[in-house]
Write a new protein. Sequence first.
Length: 257
Amino acid sequence: MRIATYNVNGINGRLPVLLRWLKATRPEVVCLQELKAQHGDFPAKALGDVGYEAIWLGQKSWNGVAILARDAAIHATRRGLPGDPDPNQSRYIEAAINGVLVGCLYLPNGNPAPGPRFEYKLAWAEAFIAHAAGLIKTGAPVVLAGDYNIIPTPADVYKPERWTDDALFRPEARHVFSRLLDQGWTDALRLHHPQEILFTFWDYFRNAYARNAGLRIDHLLVSPSLVDRLRASSVDHEVRGWDRSSDHAPTWIEIAP
């Protein structure tokens, strides 16, 4: 089963790119972030026409998350993060699909830092860490996939010295990620590619994609019971080069039955 995460940066504006990628790769489960669409504007019919059922949590102009599934029922377990410091922002949705619990998240960006936005990022992260701790204690197979807006290490960014004061790379943000790993979650991409330069985001400016001047901020964390079932993981980086693409690329794992 292939589980992917993709920050689409506006689902209706990027719908042709999303549909093209779905038809080309056919992942069984997809987590989407930054829908930037109200609930009633979600393109459920277009996704259904290519074989995907969906649940979603929309928000006008900002945020928004969704989970898609192909040839499988989606059993929604949660819409919204417990303890979210601002529940009006649509940043978390969760569902059981084919025996795996999938959490889709869009962690706040936090810039400029320091400041109120960075404080909100850290507060949201604390609520997420608490929820993740509860999930891992169940022993169930869980994947937490999404745009974490965290660059975990200097190896995950082009020219890290330029990012030292950015909310994505500040020590407090990186500590959030390390605390999740300390709970027992596995960073699936780094399990399979411990030394490889892998990015999931390239800015629209300064020809970043062509220069591979990117960041790795889209992650799939898997619970201990899934680690032995991991078969592969990668980034469909070429999608970033398609016309009218998001500034993120789809990132995915494959797990055995």
